[in-house]
Design a binder for this molecule. Structure first.
Ligand code: SF4
Length: 735
């Protein structure tokens, strides 16, 4: 990416933060909080997640068979099914069905957004009316959706009032939400009543009965489907589920995941063409029995790249998505900037990368793919358990190899990675950070001095896209490993030890945050653990985060080979950096044989989790310094939360007498290298502002700040005027 492109991207994000950020944040966070509450109260959540995952896996596996089944069912009901190859094919069929109709009313449907059916029909002379309130607002404003469930979350009530008053010039000025909704209801009610054709999407299509299920909060979808005598439903082929009995768990999960409601206001199950005659609103006294009951129904099943996605081992999982938007609502970057930055031609949020790459192509996905930082929070929040970060990383890898950069000739064959040409220099820099840190440490303090000079920062910003407003980490000349060897290794011999552990010297702990590594060694020894700090390959987290999958895979194999020796020798693997633990506990299943990945997962522990385990199993906490009521503000790392390990740190610190306040903010905004990037610096700081506000308020202002992740510590250092440290440093016997 050129320096100019980075600047333009930064300006676009800045503009959205200024104009839409507040509304997006309020609405997406509201959905997210509601979802947490709804799921807390729903005991069957995990069980149903497993069920819907199995149903989706089965449905996509049997997709050709389900298409045949639904075709038979719908035709047996008297309707028509058309399998459209792509957007143009679908639009042509719809145009033929619509014929010389003058008006068409539509329910909210991302699939119809995907094929741009409105434009196509309007060009053909049809008046199209969006009847979902959010979509109606956007149609009036001539804007694109910012969210797949709440399309106009970026707009404020005041903005909508201004828009409606200007466009419709109502007799009474519209102001309140009730007035605006009533106006839209009446306006759209008339259009629905007079429409020639109704078009809906479908949340689910039941193959064996031909049932279209619409899950909505407004009711206009149902009205649009049944009021006109022609109903066209447009659905991606992935919406098919085998039987009616499969439907219930999806209905249970979709509303809770989308908006936090136990169920939406309307769940409409239609097996069209429905038999009820259409109403003639001009003849209200005519009995229904005398009405013309002749209805038409067309189900347009859209492929548009989905067959290819199904055959693609990596993109296939995208087809399990039920479009609830939970991955967007739970994503810190999305919450701050919304789908107009974190989205492509049609889809937005974390899973949008899979959809855009599949239906519109990689170029659309490339526009926003880097906004997924791989924090993994969305995975626990996805009702279908989709590994959304992995899809982003795979597509990032493909995008990397699709590009060529002006500096390819400089780095080809010279970088320590496995990537062919085409990888952006910024990505290579961050992806190879462990190797770079080794050199930086060996040449410190000169390396730190040079990197800190104004010309070097200017060059780094221009060539590598590293924002010069960020402080760079400083390398230590004496690494953790050198320090450990110089002191003669572990002070607890294996013969005297209760346990043996290998402290994993990640690149940050070994070369930069060496003090936390020393503290960890002393804490483990105080609890009777014989410690080793050997030379181990880096985990591959850095290249994985940049979409350099071949390099990440090589690191995974190298690291496992090193780590397996220690597991064989009966040592526990103790890790300070949560993102490395997340590699060992999760991502390695993509790179290593199952048995190896499981072994590593079973034997790996986050440092404070390990200390907690030692104390729970008879370790004497008296050997660690007492907190004596010291007030602490603690921010855990995203991946640590995803792995459910935040509580261990809090428990250990409280056990030692610290008064711990945990951050309410799920993300500090730094996310590894993300916050260093010129194009994302402002977004990173905007996300971090929530954490800053909490840690600067009255309750936290005087507290010692601790955080588990390197990038969280770096972000906190730039947000706050007091220093931060790793929690293990609070229980360091040498403190
Ligand atoms: S990926 Fe999961 S969380 Fe995201 S929209 Fe799809 S179903 Fe919902």
């Amino acid at each position: 990416m050129s320096a100019d492109t980075r600047r333009e991207k930064a300006a676009h994000i800045r503009h959205l933060l200024d104009t839409e950020g507040e509304n997006v944040r309020e609405n997406a966070s509201h959905f997210n909080e509601n979802r947490y509450d709804a799921i807390d109260e729903f005991d069957e959540y995990e069980e149903l997640r497993t069920t819907v995952r199995e149903i989706k896996e089965d449905a996509i596996e049997r997709l050709p068979e389900l298409i045949e089944t639904v075709t038979e069912s719908v035709e047996a009901n008297g309707g028509h099914v058309y399998l459209a190859e792509d957007a143009a094919d679908a639009n042509q069929y719809i145009e033929n069905v619509v014929g010389d109709a003058e008006t068409l009313v539509k329910s909210k449907s991302m699939t119809t957004e995907e094929i741009d059916v409105n434009e196509q029909l309007e060009t053909a002379g049809v008046d199209v009316y969006e009847t979902d309130l959010g979509e109606f607002v956007l149609q009036v404003a001539d804007e694109n959706p910012s969210h797949i469930v709440g399309p106009s979350i970026h707009k404020s009530r005041a903005g909508i009032a201004e828009l409606f008053n200007e466009q419709f010039d109502p007799e009474e000025t519209l102001e309140t939400p009730e007035e605006l909704t009533e106006f839209a209801r009446d306006y759209l009610g008339e259009r629905i009543r007079d429409a020639d054709v109704g078009m809906t999407g479908a949340n689910f299509v039941v193959a064996d009965s031909g049932t279209i299920t619409l899950v909505t909060n407004e009711g206009n979808a149902r009205k649009s489907a049944v009021t006109p005598d022609t109903h066209v439903a447009v659905a991606g082929v992935e919406k098919l589920i085998p039987t009616l009995s499969d439907l219930q768990p999806f209905v249970e999960l979709i509303a809770r995941s989308a908006t936090g409601q136990p169920i939406t206001q309307y769940v409409t199950m239609l097996s069209p063409p429905v038999e009820t005659p259409t109403l003639d609103f001009d003849e209200p006294d005519t009995p229904l029995s005398e009405s013309d009951g002749d209805r038409e129904f067309h189900l347009v099943l859209l492929d548009n790249g989905r067959t290819a996605m199904r055959e693609d081992d990596q993109l296939r999982e995208t087809l399990y998505c039920i479009r609830c938007g939970a991955c967007a609502n739970s994503c810190a970057n999305f919450q701050h900037v919304g789908g107009h930055a974190f989205g492509g031609e049609t889809y937005s949020g974390g899973i949008a990368t899979g959809w855009e790459a599949g239906v519109h192509g990689q170029d659309s996905a490339a526009e926003f793919n880097d906004l997924c930082t791989g924090c993994s929070r969305c995975v626990n929040n996805c009702p279908v358990k989709i590994d959304i970060p992995w899809i982003n990383e795979v597509v990032r890898d493909r995008i990397n190899h699709n590009e060529s950069t002006e500096f390819d000739f400089l780095v080809e064959g010279l970088t320590p990675d496995e990537e062919p040409g085409g990888v952006d220099l910024q990505k290579r820099f961050f992806g190879n950070y462990a190797d770079l840190a080794k050199v930086g440490s060996a040449t410190a303090p000169l390396s730190n001095w040079i990197a800190g000079t104004a010309p070097a920062r200017a060059l780094m910003e221009r060539v590598l896209g590293i924002d010069r407003r960020r402080s760079l980490p400083e390398f230590e000349r004496e690494t953790l490993r050198k320090w450990f060897d110089a002191r003669g290794g572990s002070r607890v011999s294996p013969a005297d030890a209760d346990r043996e552990a290998m402290l994993y010297p990640d690149a940050y702990t070994n070369y930069i945050e060496v003090e936390r590594g020393k503290a960890a060694v002393r804490v483990l020894e105080a609890l009777g653990v014989a410690v080793e700090v050997p030379d181990v390959a880096s985990s591959g987290r850095a290249p994985l985060s940049q979409g350099m999958l071949a390099t990440a895979e090589r690191h995974a194999h190298d690291a496992y080979a090193d780590l397996a020796e220690h597991i064989d020798a009966g040592r526990d693997i103790v890790i300070i950096e949560p993102s490395d633990l997340a590699m060992f506990a999760g991502e390695y299943e993509k790179f290593l044989p199952d048995r190896s990945a499981e072994r590593l997962d079973d034997n790996s522990y986050e440092i404070m989790e390990y200390v907690y385990g030692l104390l729970e199993n008879g370790g004497s906490s008296g050997k660690l310094p007492a907190g004596d009521g010291e007030r602490v503000a603690y921010h855990s790392h995203c991946q640590q939360r995803t792995l459910g390990l935040e509580a261990h740190t809090v428990a250990v610190l409280e056990d030692r007498g610290y008064d711990v306040l945990t951050s309410e903010t799920e993300c500090c905004g730094m996310a590894g290298s993300f916050g260093y990037k010129r194009e994302y610096y402002e977004l990173s700081m905007d996300v971090g502002s929530e954490l800053e506000a909490q840690f600067q308020d009255e309750e936290a202002r005087d507290r010692t700040v601790v955080a588990s992740g390197t990038s969280c510590l770096e972000q906190l250092d730039s947000l706050l005027e007091r220093p931060s440290r790793h929690p293990v440093q609070l229980i360091d016997p040498d403190r």
